[in-house]
Design a protein around this ligand. Structure first.
Ligand code: UTP
Length: 326
């Protein structure tokens, strides 16, 4: 399992690595602990220990490691947790100028979750995994409290259908929503901006499967074979531009804290990796069961909503477990 935890979490604006953000549960639970709980449960069911690789960035690496130390690794086998750090790139302001972190230091930001493949290789982990016989890697973000990423069903389907990559998807509720969707681009699996679709395509139904063609959205829950990961570590993914809030030092050397996004950062996205392969296994899952991300305090993906959804799913699961015991 690879957790992508190198992001800055600018929208949430929480001081500290996003994975250390705690849900208001009793007792409180951090985003890292929620993922760890899932892994522990799987380990118990499958009688194994799933290695857990956590990608950090220069900005949160030390704080993340200290947090794990302080929490005693949530009682996960410490030797099965591996941290590695992604790279950074300079950011620019709206005039294209470099931005300063301090008077004589250019400000940089992590270069997107798509750096994960080369970051794994740089850390020597791809080699290590191959030696250990690891054949498949699940990848997911840090902020979805209903994440069910290490999913034997997704793995089984992917192997049986002969794909090297796979992804879970959600059905876009409203065809007019501006989400990016899975589609085939130049014959390769891709995730594209839905504004490229015509109005007819947005509601197109496949005549054979009777499924809608262009309504699968990404929830950042992916699977890649180790050979695909190794290949991707040497490939160059495209860069996307993101407009984000970043503190900087002005010409007088004073620190400025912007209230609105003020800088462009350049990011690789992990989903661009799909188009390096001929095919992909998609598995559409239910939003209410697998998707409750925390992105900010004011939008639909806020901590309060995520906590309610998390508790609802946990309660439901407890009822099922209790029924099975009876
Ligand atoms: P987001 O795109 O939601 O970014 O990342 P973010 O950093 O969490 O939040 P904002 O946009 O600044 O508010 C989706 C996932 O990808 C990871 C994040 O940690 C999150 O799990 N990510 C993002 C990285 O690991 N590295 C990056 O450079 C960017």
């Amino acid at each position: 399992m690879v957790t992508l935890a190198g992001g800055q979490g600018t929208r949430l604006g929480y001081k500290g690595p996003k994975g250390t953000f705690e849900l208001d549960l009793y007792p409180k639970k951090s985003l890292f602990e929620i993922i760890c709980d899932n892994l522990k449960e799987l380990n118990q069911n499958l009688q194994t220990t799933i290695p857990w690789y956590i990608m950090t960035s220069i900005y949160n690496d030390t704080a993340t490691k200290l947090f794990f130390e302080r929490k005693n690794y949530f009682d996960y086998p410490k030797e099965a947790i591996f941290f590695f750090s992604q790279s950074e790139l300079p950011i620019i302001d709206i005039y294209g100028n470099l931005v300063l972190e301090e008077t004589f230091r250019i400000k940089e930001a992590s270069n997107g979750n798509g750096d994960v493949f080369s970051a794994l290789a740089r850390a020597g982990y791809i080699h290590q995994m191959k030696q250990q016989g690891i054949q498949w890697l699940f990848f997911a973000g840090i902020d979805n409290v209903l994440l069910n990423c290490v999913d034997p069903l997704l793995l089984g389907l992917t192997i049986v259908n002969g794909h090297l990559t796979a992804s879970k998807t959600l059905r876009k509720e409203n065809p007019q929503d501006k989400d990016w969707i899975f589609a085939s681009k130049s014959g390769k699996p891709s995730i594209i901006d839905c504004t490229y679709l015509t109005e007819d395509m947005k509601i197109e139904i496949d005549p054979i499967t009777k499924h809608d063609c262009f309504r699968d959205i990404n929830l950042l829950s992916h699977l890649f074979s180790i050979n695909a990961v190794e290949e991707l570590a040497n490939d160059v993914l495209p860069y996307h531009r993101a407009f984000k809030k970043n503190t900087f030092v002005n010409e007088e050397g004073m620190k400025q804290v912007p209230e609105q996004p003020n800088t462009f950062k350049f990011e690789n996205f992990i989903f661009d990796a799909f188009s390096f392969f001929p095919s992909i296994q998609l598995l559409r899952v239910k939003k209410e069961e697998e998707f409750a991300p925390i992105k900010d305090f004011n939008g639909p993906h806020n901590p309060e909503v995520a906590t309610i959804l998390y508790e609802k799913v946990k309660l439901h699961k407890k009822h099922i477990d209790d029924d099975e015991k009876d």
